[in-house]
Ligand binder design. Sequence first.
Ligand code: ATP
Ligand code: MG
Length: 271
Amino acid sequence: MEGIYVLKFGGNAIRGKEDLMRLSNEIAQIIRDGAKIILVHGGGPEISAEMEKRGMQPKKVGGVRVTDAEGLEVAEIVLQRLNNDVVKCLEEASVKAIGSAGSVFTVCRKKAPYTVLEDGKEITVDLGLVGEVSEVNTESLEDLLNAGVTPVIYPIGADAEGHKLNVNADTMAAGIAAGIRCKELITITDVPGILMDVNDPGSKINKLTLAEVDELIKKGVISGGMIPKVEACRNALNAGVQTVRMVNGKDKRSIVTDLMKNVPHGTIIMK
Ligand SMILES: Nc1ncnc2c1ncn2[C@@H]1O[C@H](COP(=O)(O)OP(=O)(O)OP(=O)(O)O)[C@@H](O)[C@H]1O
Ligand SMILES: [Mg+2]
């Protein structure tokens, strides 16, 4: 197995030591088989919980967190803590890992207000201190990978002037995937893939084109956190990433090992 894979997982998909160790052991095996991994993680539920603890109101529009200065601070603290946990688990699984903010490897820009379709309706969104990736320092990532080190990235970015920005983890992962033109971007989430009915895990769609994705957003079938995920996938595909896939982090059999062996798994999105 060869090539660079960008893996992204969310806070609901991989939660707690047991989940993290399971994923870490799979990653260790994949690296032994010859692949290189860049790991990006989110922390949605943990950030919301910490905000609520501090009497703040978590707010998401179109599946992305609206962020002010205070929210950014909370997101950073929580993501740093999670990042430490991830690095520790990888090291326990004998993976050489280094944790860092997305700002170390990317330049981001503040996302301009935009319109999205939510539940079939068009809404204008101003997310505040939320960024998207505009540049990736592929050289420093490649240097780490070639030295046998797995970068573990949490999605706090910064603009060219060094102002910190909160970035949706899927957006960060896809931005990095696009910059480095990885072989595959795999997002590990808490559902088996894209579902025709969110409440029916059996309604998974195995393969989708970007045009079909647009239709499903219009119909309101794809909503919430799945919207930034598919938009991120679109960016990665348009930038030349060969394959983009969504898989279930709760899968008992294998999260990512199976698909490295070409066992069909999750939802694949194609141009
Ligand atoms: N058609 C759909 N198929 C599957 N999931 C969908 C669909 N529409 C909306 N969703 C929602 O998208 C969610 C996944 O996105 P979410 O942002 O919550 O998690 P994540 O991105 O994995 O984690 P994090 O945001 O912490 O990085 C699912 O749990 C589901 O509720
Ligand atoms: Mg999400």
